[in-house]
Design a protein around this ligand. Structure first.
Ligand code: AMP
Ligand code: TRP
Length: 354
């Protein structure tokens, strides 16, 4: 049975400062995946309008995400780094997916419910359709694997639903145009134009929590800057935030089971494990029985050693905007050529004249 050629795609919004959750949950996985895969990494500027329509410095925000990708080790020559609005296919395919997806599917998205809050009638249409654009980002390249943090799982399930409905609704035409690939979904054989994307969520830190409240995820939008470690924080700031991180009065347990019901301790151990490339069990073998007064300074040293070179490189890259802009422009051209080829087939399948 044929298969779609493996292709990795992911996106990060240019809103607010990137933090340790973005780094451990997403960007570090992007870096690891590029060794063995063809990868496309996108700064999703169209999506960012759903969070804030008028940005103070959108160009600067876009460049800073691209700088974080590159400073973290992504190779923009071997792979593709670009900003979403540079490739019109994203918005175009999103429109088609708006007509494939059902309003009920969108209304069920927990992120929409959280972000829209009580006054849903007043949320933008873009916020509701956000997952449709996200599906278009991925499927405009017929990408197969998507590294993301845990919070994006539901959106990726929706991307599969959209792909599946398109494949079934247009099955005959996909066949008539000779553009499909025979895959199995569950037990079912499907002649598919769009692949069933696979989320890549696992890893030591799929969900990094706030330093102030271990039950809330670390987020760009948290009012307290003490809740997160930003990629642009200097060593002194990282140290202060970790020293002030909420903990309970007990020492660290020797077994992972002992972290149950202790979200703050669990989070700090998880962060240490992810940064050191160890399991939580390994970290507890080393620190079990110790107080936070011993563990926190060790975590500060580790976090600073890991993040300082990335922060320095980001600053260096941000000082030369023409270099970043050239990378984005080149990435946009290469991404555009690939998406256009897919869009030609989509248009033929639907029956648009071109
Ligand atoms: P965003 O900033 O919402 O565009 O997110 C960019 C990437 O970071 C996505 O893959 C998210 O799933 C991931 N991410 C965001 N916050 C966290 C977190 N607290 N822990 C782990 N991953 C996260
Ligand atoms: N929704 C993602 C987030 O907030 C960002 C995103 C947009 C994305 N398009 C994507 C992630 C495509 C993966 C693939 O984190």
């Amino acid at each position: 049975m044929a298969e779609f050629p493996p292709l990795v795609f992911s996106g990060v919004q240019p809103t607010g400062n990137l933090h340790l959750g973005n780094y451990l949950g997403a960007i570090r996985k992007f870096v690891a995946l590029q060794e063995k895969n063809d990868c496309i990494y996108c700064v999703v500027d169209l999506h960012s309008l759903t969070a804030q329509l008028v940005h103070d410095d959108l160009p600067g925000q876009i460049r800073s995400i691209a700088a974080a990708f590159i400073a973290s080790g992504i190779d923009p020559k071997a792979h593709i780094v670009f900003n979403q609005s540079a490739v019109p296919a994203h918005a175009e395919l999103a429109w088609i997916f708006n007509c494939v997806a059902r309003i009920g599917w969108m209304n069920r998205m927990t992120q929409f419910k959280d972000k829209a809050g009580k006054d849903r009638e007043n949320a933008s249409l873009g916020l509701l359709a956000y997952p449709s654009l996200m599906a278009a980002d991925i499927l405009a390249y017929r990408a197969t694997h998507v590294p993301v943090g845990d919070d994006q799982k539901q959106h990726l399930e929706l991307a599969r639903d959209i792909a599946m409905k398109f494949n079934l609704d247009f099955a005959e035409r996909i066949r008539a145009h000779g553009k499909g690939v025979d895959i199995t979904v569950g037990e079912e054989p499907v002649h598919a134009f769009f692949p069933m994307v696979e989320p890549l969520i696992d890893g030591p830190a799929p969900r990094v929590m706030s330093l102030r409240d271990g039950t809330k995820k670390m987020s760009k939008s948290d009012a307290s800057d003490l809740s997160r470690i930003n990629l642009m924080d200097d060593a002194e700031t990282i140290s202060r935030k970790i020293r002030k991180a909420k903990t309970d009065p007990d020492g660290l347990p020797s077994e992972v089971d002992g972290l149950k019901g202790r979200p703050e301790a669990d989070n700090l151990v998880g962060i240490y494990a992810a940064l050191a490339d160890l399991s939580k069990a390994d970290v507890l073998t080393q620190f079990g029985g110790q107080q936070f007064s011993v563990f926190k300074p060790a975590l500060v040293d580790l976090a600073v050693a890991h993040l300082a070179p990335i922060t320095d490189e980001m600053r260096r890259l941000m000082d030369d905007t023409s270099h970043i802009d050239a990378i984005l422009r080149d990435g946009g051209e290469r991404a555009g050529a690939r998406a256009d080829a897919v869009m030609k087939d989509v248009k033929d399948i639907i029956g648009f004249l071109r």
